[in-house]
Design a protein around this ligand. Structure first.
Ligand SMILES: C[S@@+](CC[C@H](N)C(=O)[O-])C[C@H]1O[C@@H](n2cnc3c(N)ncnc32)[C@H](O)[C@@H]1O
Length: 350
C-alpha cells in the first residue's frame, strides 16, 4: 500500500487532545461527584446520568473517558464501577487523592468543562459552533475570515492524511463526492491516483474559496498528473443537511459525522445513501471509540475536544453501523487504520 511521505503525527495530536482528559477528570471528581455516586457500588449508565444530571452526549464523552483512564470499568452486566485506582478518588477513601487533585479543581478550563458537561455545550454560542452550519443560525463557516482560519487550521492534517486515504479508497474511473471536504486535499490526492475519475467537492462557499486556492498550489506542484486535477473537480457550495446532493459512485465523509449529534448523523447517513448509485460505497474517515465505549484513550480525548468545539463527539463503529443499517447500507466488518488515530470504514449500497 502506498504510504505518505510524512511520519505519523499521533504524538502531536495525542498531546494536544490530552488537555481535555485533565479537564474531564477534575470536573468528574470535584464538580460532578461521579466517584462519590459510585462508591456504594456499580450503577447503570442511565442511573449515573440521572444522579450527575448529564444528558446523553456529555455522558457519552465523560464515562468512556474515565474508563479509558482506568478509573471506571464496565461490569459484566454493563454497569459502571470504580476500579481499584478509582476508589481513591472518593473523599472517604484512605488514602484519598482528592486533596491533591483538588489543587487544580478551580482551573478555568476545568470550570468551563464542567459548565459544558452540565449544559451539553457552551453556555453562550452567539457566533455559532466551529465547523458546523445548521439552519438559519450564524456559522463561522459562512464568515470569510473565520472560514479561512478554520479551513487552513485543518489543511495540514488533511495534507498529511490524504495520500494514505487516497491509497486505500477504491481505484475507480467514476465519481467521488467529498462532502464537507474542507481544504479539498482528500479529493485532490484521490484524483491524482485515479486519472480517469471526476469529483465534486461539497462545502460552504467561503470554505470552497480557500479550497480553490489550495488547488491552484496543488496543480502547480509539479507532481505527475497534478495539472489535470482542476479540470476534473467541481466545487459545489451548499448545505449538506438540506440541499440536493449529486449522484456518485463513492462518497467520502472525512471528519464529518463527529461534528454532529446522533439524530443528525442518521439524517446524514440517509442522505448519503440516497446520493449513492447502486453498487456505490460510502467511506468514513474518522476516529472510532471501542464498541464497548471504554476507550481508546486518544479517541476519548479527541471526543472531548470535539464535544468542546462542535455539536458532536467521537462515535463507535457500532454506532456508525446502526445508522448505516437504518439507511439500508451493508456494513463490512473491516477497519483500515491511517494515521493520527484515524481509520477508514465503509458501507455499501446494493
Ligand atoms: C471538521 S471539517 C472537515 C473537513 C474535511 N473533510 C477534512 O477532513 O479535513 C467539517 C467541514 O464541514 C463543513 N460543513 C459544516 N456544516 C455544513 C453543511 N451544513 N453543509 C456543508 N458543509 C458543512 C464545514 O464547512 C467544514 O469544512
Amino acid at each position: 500500500m502506498i504510504l505518505t511521505q510524512y511520519p505519523d503525527f499521533a504524538p502531536i495530536t495525542r498531546h494536544l487532545r490530552a488537555m481535555y482528559s485533565s479537564r474531564l477528570l477534575l470536573a468528574a471528581v470535584h464538580h460532578l461527584h461521579v466517584f462519590e455516586y459510585l462508591q456504594y457500588g456499580p450503577l447503570p449508565v442511565a442511573e449515573l446520568q440521572r444522579q450527575t444530571g448529564l444528558a446523553d452526549r456529555p455522558a457519552s464523552v465523560l464515562f468512556p473517558a474515565l474508563c479509558a483512564m482506568e478509573l471506571l470499568t464496565r461490569t459484566a452486566d454493563d454497569k459502571l464501577a470504580l476500579t481499584a485506582v478509582g476508589q481513591h478518588l472518593t473523599r472517604s477513601a484512605s488514602p484519598t487523592i482528592t486533596g491533591y487533585t483538588g489543587l487544580e479543581a478551580g482551573d478555568p478550563g476545568v470550570l468551563d468543562m464542567t459548565d459544558r458537561l452540565r449544559n451539553d455545550g457552551p453556555l453562550h454560542s452567539t457566533d455559532g459552533i466551529a465547523y458546523v452550519k445548521e439552519g438559519e443560525g450564524p456559522s463561522p463557516m459562512d464568515d470569510p475570515t473565520l472560514a479561512r482560519t478554520l479551513t487552513l487550521a485543518l489543511a495540514g492534517r488533511a495534507k498529511a492524511l490524504s495520500p494514505i486515504v487516497a491509497a486505500n479508497l477504491p481505484r475507480h474511473s467514476g465519481h467521488l463526492l467529498d462532502v464537507a471536504g474542507g481544504s479539498g486535499y482528500f479529493t485532490y490526492e484521490w484524483l491524482l491516483v485515479n486519472p480517469e475519475a471526476t469529483a465534486t467537492l461539497f462545502d460552504r462557499e467561503a470554505v470552497l474559496t480557500v479550497a480553490d486556492e489550495l488547488l491552484t498550489a496543488f496543480s502547480q506542484s509539479g507532481r505527475p498528473g497534478a495539472e489535470t486535477v482542476r479540470e476534473r473537480v467541481t466545487f459545489l457550495p451548499g448545505d449538506m443537511l438540506t440541499d440536493p446532493l449529486p449522484e456518485t459512485d463513492l462518497l467520502l465523509a472525512a471528519s464529518l459525522f463527529h461534528d454532529w449529534p446522533d439524530d443528525t448523523c442518521q439524517l446524514l447517513a440517509d442522505r448519503f445513501a440516497g446520493a449513492l448509485r447502486s453498487g456505490g460505497e460510502l467511506w468514513v474517515h474518522d476516529a472510532f471509540l471501542n464498541d464497548t465505549l471504554d476507550g481508546p484513550l486518544p479517541v476519548t480525548d479527541y471526543s472531548a475536544q470535539l464535544f468542546w468545539v462542535t455539536k458532536g463527539r467521537c462515535y463507535s463503529r457500532a454506532e456508525y453501523r446502526k445508522w448505516f443499517r437504518q439507511a439500508d447500507l451493508t456494513t463490512p466488518d473491516e477497519t483500515i487504520p491511517t494515521q493520527m488515530d484515524y481509520s477508514l470504514i465503509r458501507a455499501l449500497k446494493s
